[in-house]
Design a protein around this ligand. Structure first.
Ligand SMILES: Cc1ncc(COP(=O)(O)O)c(C=O)c1O
Length: 393
């Protein structure tokens, strides 16, 4: 019997998709949900999202738009009022002036990555990312046939991507771009103003695209985060309403791109997504006026962070990256395991505390790390410490 075209092509499709690994954090989420269905209590320290609702103003704006009835497509680049408001946000927050026309509203930053990568890189080109780092970078790049070049972070450099490391990687084999993140997931480390400017400088000198993921901006516990746009007008900046604005499920974010990329990105966006969701754009616009409510949520994270940084060392989790921002603690658990997946599974089963294995973020050193998210309640943090006390031996 002759094989169908689909069958003949299957090995090729399977090979390509084999390179896209599953997101272990989501697998932990499923295991935790299964445990809850069995009636067990689970403390969700694995989830990388705020437990707070979207700001009231955002929900009310969405309700009012819903009552008007028609939820239609918008322009592919987003509604003009939101693009203008985002440009104003750069003036107010960073003192950086960007034209609203350079703002592209996206279906979460996740869609922003696809648009940015497709418009900046050809298949086969090489983009530097970090380990540890956000796993989707590697997986999206691989899915698009772009080669992720992993730069291992180290303590001596303060666990951040440095210009020196980029120069070295480029000298070994030419890169086409870099993807930096500050504050970072999973480590919470921040790239200061000077180091960020140095990254921009090295990219200009070597002719590389500088992509800066700024999705955790607003969530810092010391100095405020700097935008790559402050020192490099050509940087491609990715941001989102998911984290500071507590709007993960609304799937709404933005990118700021150099003027010459706007039209190519618009064409891609029209074809890939048509437009970002209208209702979410209306809600996002209103979220800019919810500073008081959002700062109160952030104050809760700050309390959780202070509590965990004080208590975790007492129960045997003492080695962690500096938690400058975001809402994660990335802990070295080498004294307990070199199998973070097995460790997190056992911890979930035996204590009901769900955490994300470090292997999600770093295929090598991640074997002895785990990530705890403190975006939940104060009670979740206290309960975590209580349940792990005595279990960690
Ligand atoms: C560093 C980083 N970038 C991007 C994203 C994706 O966010 P979204 O698509 O919800 O904007 C996440 C989500 O956890 C993240 O941690």
């Amino acid at each position: 019997m002759t094989k169908s075209i689909a069958d003949q092509n299957l090995p090729l499709i399977a090979r390509r998709m084999d390179r896209v690994s599953s997101f272990l954090a989501m697998d932990v989420l499923s295991a935790a949900a299964a445990k809850e269905r069995r009636g067990d209590s689970v403390i969700h320290m694995e989830v990388g999202q705020p437990s707070a609702a979207a700001p009231r103003a955002a929900r009310e704006a969405a309700k009012a738009a819903l009552d008007l009835g028609r939820i239609g497509y918008t322009e592919a680049l987003g509604i003009a009022s939101l693009r203008e408001r985002i440009a104003k946000h750069y003036r107010e927050t960073y003192g950086v002036s960007i034209a609203p026309e350079r703002v592209v509203v996206t279906t979460g930053s996740s869609a922003g990555f696809v648009l940015a990568f497709l418009s900046l890189f050809d298949a086969g080109q090489r983009v530097a990312i970090t380990a540890p780092g956000y796993p989707a970078y590697r997986n999206i790049l691989e899915a698009l046939g772009i080669e992720p070049v992993v730069i291992p972070l180290n303590k001596a450099d303060g666990w951040i991507m440095t210009a020196k490391a980029i120069e070295k990687a480029h000298a070994a084999k030419p890169l086409h771009g870099i993807l930096a993140m500050s504050p970072a997931n999973p480590s919470g480390t921040m790239i200061g103003r000077k180091a960020l400017a140095e990254l921009g400088e090295i990219c200009r000198r070597l002719g590389l695209w500088f992509v800066s993921d700024e999705i955790y901006h607003g969530l810092t516990y010391g100095d405020a985060a700097s935008t790559a746009l402050a020192s490099d007008d050509d940087a491609v900046v990715i941001n989102s309403f998911s984290k500071y604005y507590c709007m993960t499920g609304w799937r709404i974010g933005w990118i700021v791109v150099p003027e010459r990329l706007v039209r190519p990105i618009e064409r891609l966006a029209q074809n890939l997504y048509i437009s970002p969701p209208y209702l979410s754009q209306v809600a996002a616009l209103a979220a800019f006026d919810a500073t008081e409510e959002l700062e109160a949520v952030k104050a809760g994270y700050a309390r959780n962070r202070a509590y965990l940084l004080e208590e975790l060392p007492k129960i045997g989790i003492a080695e962690m990256h500096p938690v400058d921002g975001a809402f994660y603690i990335y802990a070295d658990i080498a004294r307990y395991t070199n199998d973070s997946i097995g460790f997190c599974k056992r911890m979930l089963e035996e204590t009901g505390v769900a955490a994300t294995p470090g292997l999600d973020f770093d295929p090598i050193e991640g074997a002895h790390y785990m990530r705890l998210s403190f975006a939940g309640s104060e009670n979740d943090c206290r309960e975590t410490v209580e349940r792990l006390r005595g279990w960690l031996k």
